[in-house]
Design a protein around this ligand. Structure first.
Ligand SMILES: [Zn+2]
Length: 299
């Protein structure tokens, strides 16, 4: 099925690009396509008004299991720059890019980040460590300068301002977490998304509903739920967390069986809508830390 889909898409694209009169005017604003919303926001901060930035996976969407449409392929063809995270986060992206025939400059935002392993899988959730977000911002800046050398001054200045904000954010997070006793820095979430966060900010990941760094796994079986419920009870946590891009049903069942509460949803693998508490990467991180500290602080 996947093959025939790509053939259909290639036909659509050759129809579009074969039609010379529809070529965009050379004076139009460059378009940057990112794979998911966290990258879109970081890129927008750096690109400023030099380009239009969009995301393939929508806000509150799940990049692990995203299914690209022919329209996504067409968007890649018309893009000046295409930005992916890498580290296995977007398993669908390489085929989509190849099938599209896009000539866009490609940026892999995770280049230079030291990956963490979760069992025998590489954990892709690097952005929850702000030090990694700074490396991502530097990669985005450098790639955009390569693609748009005439905008170097603006891109350099925007990136410097944004990286300064990220450095302040990292300090702010550390200060806020310092108010939570070390023994209460324990996370239980829908899927294993906070490995990098835990490593940088001194948390323990007690367990996760899906027991995996992707959301492709099926719902946990009864034995896994029992084991997680026992781990939650032994950990002494009073709250566990759902995620903005995941189904909450399994976590609600686990919370009920463990006798703990469900905290407000964290923004994990996607930003939220504009005007939500997770509208930007910086807002998402602030909201997550505030929500964790509030939910885990014992009265
Ligand atoms: Zn994830």
């Amino acid at each position: 099925m996947a093959k025939s889909y790509f053939i259909i898409m290639a036909c659509i694209i050759s129809l579009l690009t074969g039609c010379g009169s529809s070529a965009p005017a050379t004076t139009s604003t460059p378009t940057i396509i990112t794979t998911f919303s966290v990258l879109a926001d970081m890129t927008q901060q750096i690109a400023g008004d030099t380009a239009t930035v969009t995301s393939l996976v929508p806000v509150n969407g799940d990049a692990h299991v995203f299914e690209p449409t022919p329209a996504n392929g067409v968007a890649l063809v018309n893009a000046t720059v295409v930005i992916e995270l890498g580290v296995g986060f977007e398993p669908w992206f390489a085929d989509l890019y190849a099938a599209s025939g896009s000539k866009a400059t490609q940026i892999t935002a995770s280049t230079g980040v030291t990956p963490l392993m979760a069992g025998d899988e590489t954990d892709p959730h690097i952005w929850h460590d702000v030090a990694n977000a700074i490396i991502m911002a530097q990669n985005i800046r450098d790639g955009l300068i390569t693609a748009m050398p005439n905008k170097k001054e603006t891109l350099t200045a925007n990136a410097a301002a944004y990286i300064a904000q990220l450095e302040a954010l990292d300090n702010e997070i550390q200060a806020q977490i310092a108010t939570l006793p070390a023994a209460q820095r324990k996370l239980v979430t829908s899927h294993d998304t906070f490995g990098y966060f835990a490593a940088r900010y001194g948390f323990e990941v007690v367990g996760t509903g899906l027991g995996s760094v992707t959301t492709e796994s099926s719902d946990p079986d009864a034995a896994s739920i029992v084991a997680l419920v026992n781990d939650i009870k032994a950990s002494g946590v009073q709250a566990i967390f759902v995620e903005n891009m995941s189904n909450t049903k399994v976590m609600e069942q686990i919370a009920q069986e463990a006798g703990v509460s469900i905290a407000p949803a964290l923004y994990t693998d996607a930003l939220g809508e504009a005007n939500s508490s997770g509208a930007t990467y910086i807002e998402m991180m602030r909201y997550n830390v505030r929500t964790m500290v509030t939910a885990l602080t014992k009265a």
